[in-house]
Write a protein that binds this ligand. Structure first.
Ligand SMILES: Nc1nc2c(ncn2[C@@H]2O[C@H](COP(=O)(O)OP(=O)(O)OP(=O)(O)O)[C@@H](O)[C@H]2O)c(=O)[nH]1
Ligand SMILES: [Mg+2]
Length: 360
């Protein structure tokens, strides 16, 4: 799963990226054209507790990719950026994390000269809409040209669907607000529409104290519509705290009256945004967390671990995380009747500890 960090110039995208990737293995970071990309391990307290139970030699947490993109400005939706990479990079992501500037700092000028978070949110949303509209219009023109030239291929369903999308976008509504049939969904997937992707606004609230605007205040521009999710954090301050030794950081946190680091909460939010859940496997000496979409079956879970397991799937032995912790071991859970045998259609629940039985 890949999340693109987007936003206007100097909103704090790179600061958020550095915060999210702080302390991560550097070999997992790379370049994607102008952008930086990194794999971030997702902390999960349940994994730590399972370690004490299974005592594995190797522990592999779930992970997620983040890309730090070039700034988006007025006009980017239609024309992209100078490198031409911004729009394709955004389209390659599964979700968008849009950093909005709330912090005030005269040393960091804003491209519009003033700080107005709602205006910036509206600019971003408008550019995403325009980018999708551009794709829709180009495709409609191509189909219509084909029809004029008497092409045989049946494009009527696609054309009707795209005209529906055009109408939605022209009325300034993102495509994520429309519920498409599974078939239409499949047709649209290849376009990688930006307004169909889950979107989270990240308010970069600054370190100066004072009342941070509530999400509703900061985002009046989007009011009246289904709100994307919103998360507030002082990115620069949090990065500075992350760079301190842990005891100094906690002393500062206590002084500033802030709780723990917001990073695990932000990663959890990304999970929720993408509708993802975690299951665990403990095979031989490796304990591992895996990510799958909510509503996925045991068969799909098997396929996530290995294609052989999906092909030769027989049964899944499943125990809920809480039940396993209560029983203290898989054997204990089996004795209590809490280790269940499930078939391929079983819907995996968040936190399930699963052993796949399969034939090769
Ligand atoms: N005072 C203050 N400065 C911040 C904060 N967040 C970011 N900055 C500063 O603002 C400047 C721009 O931050 P970046 O994280 O590079 O912003 P960006 O969105 O990646 O900028 P571009 O990639 O150039 O569009 C840097 O000098 C940061 O240190 C903040 O919360 N408070
Ligand atoms: Mg940057």
């Amino acid at each position: 799963m890949r999340i693109a960090i987007i936003g206007l110039p100097t909103s704090g995208k790179s600061t958020v990226y550095r915060l999210l990737t702080y302390g991560q293995p550097s070999h997992q970071a790379g370049r994607m054209g102008e952008a930086s990309i990194a794999v971030v391990r997702v902390p999960d307290p349940r994994l730590d507790r399972l370690v004490s139970l299974f005592k594995p030699k190797k522990v592999t947490p779930a992970s997620m990719e983040f890309i730090d993109l070039a700034p988006l400005t007025k006009g980017s939706g239609k024309a992209g950026d100078a490198s031409g990479q911004l729009l394709p990079q955004m389209r390659s992501a599964d979700a968008l994390l849009a950093v909005l500037r709330v912090f005030r700092d005269e040393r960091v000028p804003h491209i519009e000269g003033t700080i107005d978070t709602a205006r910036d949110a509206a600019t971003l949303e408008a550019e995403l809409l325009l980018a999708d509209l551009d794709v829709v219009e180009k495709r409609i023109a191509k189909i219509e040209e084909g029809l004029r030239k008497g092409k045989k291929e049946d494009t009527s369903q696609e054309l009707a669907l795209l005209k529906g999308c055009r109408q939605t976008l022209e009325s300034e509504r993102p495509l994520r607000e429309v519920s498409f049939s599974p078939e239409d969904d499949r047709l649209l997937r290849g376009f990688q529409f930006l307004t169909a992707k889950p979107l989270c606004f990240l308010l970069n609230v600054g370190e100066n104290g004072g009342p941070a605007p509530t999400p509703a205040e900061a985002l009046t521009a989007t009011s009246g519509r289904s709100h994307p999710s919103v998360f507030s954090l002082p990115a620069k301050l949090e990065l500075e705290l992350a760079e301190l030794p842990p005891d100094e950081a906690s002393a500062f946190r206590a002084e500033l009256g802030i709780d723990t680091s917001p990073v695990p909460r932000l990663l959890k939010l990304c999970y929720d945004l993408l509708g993802l859940i975690t299951f665990f496997t403990a095979v031989r000496d490796e304990l591992r967390a895996w990510t799958i979409p909510r509503g996925a079956t045991a068969l799909k879970a098997a396929g996530t671990v290995h294609t052989d397991m999906e092909r030769g799937f027989v049964k899944a032995e499943v125990v809920a995380f809480d039940a396993l912790m209560r029983c203290g071991s898989l054997a204990g859970a089996r004795k209590e009747g809490l280790l269940r045998l499930e078939g391929k259609d079983y819907l995996v629940a968040d936190g399930d500890v699963i052993t796949i039985r399969f034939n090769i």
